[in-house]
Design a protein around this ligand. Structure first.
Ligand SMILES: Cc1ncc(COP(=O)(O)O)c(C=O)c1O
Length: 400
């Protein structure tokens, strides 16, 4: 192709970059200079801020969303012989934690265009062995939680919302995290971050106490209490616990970012709108659909599906094409049941989840983060159009 010059960015555009200001960096430095860098006042401040924002009675910070999933499953008594109903289209951390408790994942299929599990699918998957339902608010879109709550109340099964993608998401005017129990992730690709971290919100006092204790060795008090109160007789192991407490040097970053969350989401929404308008006439590159119920989307990930039948290329070729043009992409996610361990040890799920598997082979996350410019987003669109058009040319020319 002589004279052919692909759209080439001067610098690499990752699919995600955390929004970190000089003031954020200074706040972390202040904690480092303070003489107290592990669990302390900044963790307490973050927990109070998240409780105030969501309206939940308790907010508990830990080293990751995965760690909190581990603690919550243990605190809820999930163990051998139990079934946990959830989507395979999620990050494997959640199914892994279920397996590590000795329980079984019962995977439900998701809607082909929103990647959200429906109340009907969850209802159909519940059996007498079901001890928990874990719906995923995927990519920042809320599941239809009222409908899922109605099913779970009728079937007598508790809910633990996987809100890893959903800090700032609203469902029918209510903040995600205001319900029974939810877990947010503060991993660096999330809308706000603490480096690594997570927050569990709950209105259940007993669950909150148990998670707090399991988070720190099973002690009745944690490191911050020890600092405030000194070693006291009640600082004894109530039951063996873990070491999943968040450090202040992490918490302070999220404390700084949480007040910017709404602005961050608005900016993400603007980028998503540019993509949606620009992709409307690109055959075979299909953005996810938004839910039909009233919501505020947190726009955590901008996911497209690369439909080879319509655009002539598969997902890997699409990703390679963008990479060659200095644009990063991701896959969120390969369905959990398609990972090697699950294929080998839980083979019964292969072929059972058609919409999940269709998407697992085609989804691709394109850059969407608040510090991107409109020009960056238009450049991604141009590159996508060029990548797709170049394949068509190649196919038409009989080279493939
Ligand atoms: C859907 C989902 N659930 C859970 C997690 C786990 O969160 P963390 O990375 O904080 O452990 C993630 C992380 O990416 C996720 O995407």
């Amino acid at each position: 192709m002589s004279g052919y010059s692909p759209v080439m960015r001067a610098t690499f555009l990752p699919f995600c970059r955390p929004s970190i200001t000089e003031e954020d960096i200074a706040a972390v430095a202040d904690v480092l200079r303070s003489g107290w860098i592990t669990t302390g006042p900044k963790v307490a401040e973050l927990e109070d801020m998240v409780a105030a924002r969501t309206g939940a009675k308790h907010a508990i910070a830990a080293t990751s969303g995965t760690a909190l999933m581990h603690l919550a499953l243990e605190a809820m008594g999930i163990g051998p012989g139990d079934e946990v109903v959830g989507a395979s289209m999620t990050w494997v951390s959640t199914p892994n934690m279920v397996e590590l408790r000795g329980a079984r994942n019962v995977f439900v299929d998701v809607d082909r265009d929103t990647l959200l599990a429906s109340a009907e699918a969850i209802d159909a998957a519940i059996t007498p062995r079901t001890k928990l339902v874990i719906p995923v608010h995927y990519a920042g879109a809320p599941v239809d939680i009222d409908a899922i709550r109605a099913v779970c109340a009728r079937r007598g099964v508790p809910i633990l919302e996987d809100a890893a993608h959903a800090i700032g998401t609203q469902y029918k005017g209510r903040e995600v995290g205001s319900g029974e129990t939810a877990i947010f992730s503060l991993h660096p690709i999330k809308n706000i971050t603490s480096g690594e971290g997570g927050i569990l919100t709950t209105n259940d006092d007993a669950l909150a106490n148990k998670v707090r204790s399991l988070r720190f060795h099973g002690l009745a008090v944690d490191a911050h209490d020890r600092k405030q109160q000194g070693r006291s007789p009640q600082a004894e192991v109530q039951e063996p616990g873990y070491k999943h407490n968040m450090a202040d040097m992490n918490a302070v970053l999220a404390v700084r970012q949480l007040p910017r969350l709404d602005a961050i989401i608005e900016r993400r929404d603007e980028i998503a709108a540019i993509y949606r308008a620009g992709l409307a006439d690109v055959d075979g590159i299909l953005p996810l659909a938004d839910p039909t119920w009233s919501h505020r989307h947190a726009r955590h990930l901008f996911v497209v599906r690369v439909d080879e039948r319509a655009c002539g290329m598969d997902r890997n070729a699409f990703m390679e094409g963008l990479k060659a043009r200095n644009i990063g992409t991701g896959i969120h996610f390969l369905a959990s049941h398609t990972h090697r361990w699950y294929r080998e040890n839980r083979p019964e799920w292969m072929g059972q989840l058609p919409a999940t598997e269709w998407n697992s082979a085609r989804i691709c996350t394109i850059p969407c983060f608040p510090d991107m410019t409109d020009a960056d987003a238009h450049g991604v669109l141009e590159a996508i159009k060029e990548v797709v058009a170049s394949t068509r040319t190649t196919v038409a020319g009989g080279i493939r």
